[in-house]
Design a protein. Sequence first.
Length: 177
Amino acid sequence: MSDARSLLAQALAEAQSSLEAVDTAALDIAAQLIASSPRCFAAGQGRSGHVARMFAMRLAQLGRRAHAVGESTTPAIAAGDLLVACSGSGETHTTCYQAQKARDVGATVMAATGRPDSSLAALASHVVRIPTAESEQLGASRYEHVLLIVLDTLAARVAAVLDIPADEIWGRHANLE
């Protein structure tokens, strides 16, 4: 049985290896897409969905009109909006269906996936590849760990593109916790 220190080291090593392979040019394009979209919707299922909701929250803290797909207050997506669809395999049926529906109404789809050759990537006009290899972690958590860091980095790039000061972001941070 592995001890906690070795499990932490393993998770860190896997994340670092994946993050070093991220295409930063793709992140810069994604930041421009988000900055120029009137509204951003984030979608995913399971653990990817949790990370997607965290991303929508971060975008809202930046002052962007952002929504997590499936929440009771999420409005209908429309032409010109952006859907950020997250799926490690790129084959999650619900996420692919949502991406197709978004395209059908004229929204732009951006995929955050480990598989740039997937069904989800084929539906997207822009793909941010989340580089992952086999994971030794419980539940193969590498994708979700890296996805969280990449999307938080993407939010930081959006803040830089839009020149949003930190105090403005903190002013929109949740205060009813």
